[in-house]
Write a new protein. Structure first.
Length: 250
């Protein structure tokens, strides 16, 4: 029989220190009472984030002013996601908008309105001169973060001056600028696969001043690409701002 070292009772899997071993035991007892096997509980513990190792804080997003103009157009027959509300999104403390002032390229290199650099310039207000307009059909903007980051959230504003729903919105992360290596889709509401990127299961949403918050779950990558295919007002594609909240990858 192996003799316990003085600290062994507070050691977890792989020798990691458990800050509250009593709590783990209590949770195991609870799981057993609920009908879960201790083996299943142990699996969940091993594959869960390290409890207490990352301090979380509300995402420090600064929202633009609300500015809906005119009477909202009827958006019938659309299954829209509920507005985000005021509940804060929790992310590891210290995350920053790592997309700020980073290089942007696009499937439409010469926007009809604005310049591509405006996508990451920090200006997300719903006023003239704050957004870009790309041509009709499927278009994308791509941000080079210039390093690999652990990405926890993406905030996106298309055009929130009036009530619109942008179609076939897909957001992907990759390791290379051509989106060939290690491509991961973190959001897709293209239910009909009109963009050819796969059938999406996310809901469409009303573009508004609160932005679209996408939980990226700590995915690692350098390049972020955002697709859209027109909107409920016209066939054009617009981007006011894209923020990528993350930390340098470990």
């Amino acid at each position: 029989m192996n003799r316990q070292t003085p600290n062994s009772k507070s050691q977890g899997p792989c020798g990691k220190r458990i800050k509250n071993p009593k709590r783990i035991i209590e949770n195991a007892k609870w799981a057993s009472c609920q009908g879960f096997s201790l083996l299943a509980f142990g699996f969940c513990f091993l594959h869960s984030p390290a409890w207490g190792e990352e301090k979380l804080a509300p995402l420090p997003v600064q929202l633009p002013k609300p500015l809906f103009e005119g009477t909202p157009k009827a958006l019938k027959g659309l299954n829209l996601a509920k507005p985000r509300g005021n509940e804060p999104f929790m992310a590891p403390e210290g995350v920053k908008n790592v997309a700020l002032n980073k290089p942007v390229k696009s499937s439409d290199p010469e926007p009809t309105v604005g310049e591509l650099k405006q996508v990451t310039d920090g200006d997300k207000e719903a006023v003239e001169g704050s957004y870009i307009e790309l041509g009709p059909g499927l278009q994308w903007v791509q941000i080079d973060l210039q390093a690999v980051y652990s990405i926890y959230a993406i905030m996106m504003w298309h055009f929130h001056k009036e009530a619109r729903v942008y179609r076939a919105v897909v957001v992907q992360v990759a390791d290379d600028p051509d989106f060939i290596t290690n491509v991961r889709t973190i959001f897709n509401n293209d239910a009909s696969n009109s963009a050819g990127l796969g059938v999406g299961s996310d809901l469409e949403y009303l573009d508004e001043y609160t932005g679209k918050l996408i939980d990226a779950k700590g995915v690692k990558g350098r390049f972020v690409r955002c697709y859209s295919k027109g909107n409920t007002s016209n066939d054009q594609n617009h981007y006011t701002e894209v923020e990528v909240w993350g930390l340098p990858a470990k």
